[in-house]
Design a protein around this ligand. Structure first.
Ligand SMILES: NC(=O)c1ccc[n+]([C@@H]2O[C@H](COP(=O)([O-])OP(=O)(O)OC[C@H]3O[C@@H](n4cnc5c(N)ncnc54)[C@H](O)[C@@H]3O)[C@@H](O)[C@H]2O)c1
Length: 365
């Protein structure tokens, strides 16, 4: 049954990691390493069954292949899921055991923080392997990726505005922001500086108050955010919020936000948005600033270079809108097409023999 699942989307490798002493049970998945070592975070979750964990790691690793490829990174897609309770089961030994398994893959897979794992956990992994990002700044990392994710969302939003409104100025535009957490607060700062008006909703009143005080944002109720009069909707909290119920309420002409998996049903709802003339900026490209920033650590982190690459999201969006128009497909499909085409092209490039095979750990050899 596992090979059947792997055949479905041409997965390369699934590694089961077990360490009796520390209680580690983890699964590492490498989906595709055509572009380079597979990069993707380690997520800790109390999975009810092994099957659930396998399904999740396969899905997430494939998602990273597309995200890394569309972001223009020389990285493949992979992921780790750790089965357990993040509040009870973590220890130094637990993550060092995982680090040894990551190391055993010889650089084919690079891990990082994800849901329920922390910088401290990555530092433990770093004691056992160089193939980890998101470690402490004192070890040379770029620190919290949220501000760079926010910069990427802002750049993507400017290009999205150009698509929907003819120019990329966000001055005088009204942006409806769902969730003003780490990413969206910083995004709102950029928007406020440019002279945009902000409407915000959040389940956390403190987060709302901060946006109201700092940026003069207007607060609306949790369900009201879908139907406010605004130019652009920025979902920055939850997945699945673009669905059969919400789309008919939308008055915006564009959507661009940081949340993962915004479309409840990717194909159906991206087509519905296109039919309603709502420009949709594909989430995994919009929010790729974080992974771009983290990946820069592999070259020896340089903030200026990381910022320059994150700003490149504007050009990636440009390509996506062009593909969508040329091929008559939704922007969500166009993002997938961009990623797939890049992987296919690089596969062909790499079919030519070269003694100077480059990768992040073997430059110039
Ligand atoms: N942090 C990053 O670098 C990064 C990178 C890629 C993607 N993302 C995605 O972007 C989104 C935001 O990430 P973050 O790091 O800012 O997280 P965060 O937890 O700091 O912020 C999320 C905010 O959404 C609010 N929220 C939760 N449920 C809500 C609801 N029903 N309605 C309105 N608000 C609600 C929370 O109270 C919180 O303030 C997430 O979906 C995350 O997966 C983040």
């Amino acid at each position: 049954m596992i090979f059947e699942k792997m055949e479905q989307y041409d997965y390369e490798q699934l590694v089961f990691c077990h360490d009796e002493a520390s209680g580690l049970k983890a699964i590492i998945c490498i989906h595709d390493s055509t572009l380079g070592p597979a990069l993707g975070g380690a997520r800790m979750w109390n999975y009810e069954t092994e099957e659930e964990a396998i399904t999740d790691v396969l899905r997430l690793a494939k998602g990273m292949t597309y995200k890394n490829a569309a972001a223009g990174l020389n990285l493949g897609g992979g992921k780790t899921v750790i089965m357990g309770d993040a509040k009870k089961d973590k220890s130094e030994a637990f993550f060092r055991a995982l680090g040894r398994y990551v190391n055993s893959l010889g650089g084919r897979y690079i891990t990082a923080e994800d849901v329920n794992t922390t910088v401290q956990d990555m530092d433990y992994i770093y004691q056992e392997t160089p193939y980890v990002c998101g470690i402490s700044e004192s070890y040379g990392s770029g620190g919290d990726p949220s501000p760079k994710t926010a910069l990427g969302v802002y750049m993507a939003m400017k290009r999205t505005a150009k698509e929907a409104y003819g120019n990329d100025s966000l001055s005088e535009k009204t942006i409806a922001v769902q969730g003003v957490g780490a990413v969206a607060y910083k995004m709102c700062e950029y928007l406020h500086e440019e002279g945009a008006r902000l409407i915000v909703s959040d389940i956390n009143q403190e987060a709302v108050d901060r946006a109201v005080n700092d940026f003069g944002a207007t607060q609306v109720g949790l369900d009201e955010i879908y139907s406010v009069e605004a130019d652009i909707f920025a979902p920055c909290a939850l997945g699945g919020i673009i669905n059969d119920e919400t789309i008919p309420q939308f008055k915006f002409k564009a959507i661009c936000g940081s949340a993962n998996n915004q479309l409840d049903d990717a194909e159906k709802h991206s087509n519905m948005l296109a039919e309603n003339n709502i420009v949709y900026a594909p989430d995994y490209v919009v929010n790729s600033g974080g992974v771009i920033n983290v990946a820069d650590e592999l070259e020896g982190y340089d903030e200026d270079r990381a910022v320059m690459k994150v700003k490149g999201i504007y050009e990636q969006m440009d390509k996506i809108f062009t593909i969508a128009k040329e091929q008559g497909i939704s922007t969500a499909q166009a993002a997938d097409r961009l990623a797939e085409t890049r992987i296919e092209q690089m596969m062909r490039v790499k079919s030519t023999f070269s003694l100077n095979e480059k990768n992040q750990f073997n430059k110039g050899k």
